[in-house]
Write a protein that binds this ligand. Sequence first.
Ligand SMILES: NC(=O)c1ccc[n+]([C@@H]2O[C@H](COP(=O)([O-])OP(=O)(O)OC[C@H]3O[C@@H](n4cnc5c(N)ncnc54)[C@H](OP(=O)(O)O)[C@@H]3O)[C@@H](O)[C@H]2O)c1
Length: 264
Amino acid sequence: MNIAILGTGKMGAAIAGGLARQPEGRWRLTLTNTTGQLPASLRAFPLPCARDNAAAVRDADIVILAVLPQQYPAVLADIRPAVRDGACLISIAPGYTLEQLTSLTEGRLQVIRAMPNTPALIGEGMIAVCRGAAVTDAAFDSAVAVLSVLGRTETVTEAQLNAVIGISGSAPAYVYMFVDALADAGVLGGLHRDQAVRMAAQMLYGSAALLRESGKSPAELREMVCSPAGTTIEAVASLENSAFRGSVISAARAAMDKARQMSG
Ligand SMILES: NC(=O)c1ccc[n+]([C@@H]2O[C@H](COP(=O)([O-])OP(=O)(O)OC[C@H]3O[C@@H](n4cnc5c(N)ncnc54)[C@H](OP(=O)(O)O)[C@@H]3O)[C@@H](O)[C@H]2O)c1
């Protein structure tokens, strides 16, 4: 299968690196960017990288648009005359709907939207995927297999994609703010900052793994930490007084609203 990855920034390089590490022969990759030079993170792999988007997509079964949304019109205009009918186009940007992408490619391509997040850079991302009406099961399965190198995938409808942006695409930023605040608290309590960050990161990693592997709900796991008249319930009561949950919901809703505005 031939895959063209247009853009080798953070996301394009993460996808290319993930695919390049897979067993040999499964995927043939062609990359493009504005310089035609492989980024440093991919220099270990003998991948072709050029500036010519049209040439890169000519034999492609899958084209991954890993450029910024503002670069979409120019890059789609580049590839339109060259890409073969029925090829699969994967867009990972907010702001362009399946309908807009289908129209910009004159209805000739099978269009899929995916929404990754930054943990995808280490293969631990959450990638929500939604398919256009013309996408065959085989093309969708191939696209999901490709995106799986970035982490776990979930299939959603396009109407749900904005919610995904609020609780997964943008959410690593909220989590890092939370860790940063915990580190401040650790410093307040007498810990060195780097040690406090390491402890908070491991707490987060372990809590996420426990949530994923125990099958228990977040509420059940929270109750497990809260002994009667103990320290944790004091902290939980303080968070409730500061409208912690309401603040998180408002933040996620703000990201969803912005995503909705960006898609017109
Ligand atoms: N970063 C995230 O957390 C995240 C999360 C979800 C979705 N996304 C989406 O993923 C997409 C890529 O984001 P990113 O963070 O990877 O962006 P980025 O790091 O800024 O990378 C953009 C890439 O596009 C290349 N480029 C620009 N114009 C081009 C052209 N005409 N032809 C070919 N390549 C061109 C750039 O080339 P040079 O390297 O030569 O400059 C660069 O490699 C965006 O649509 C973004 O919304 C990102």
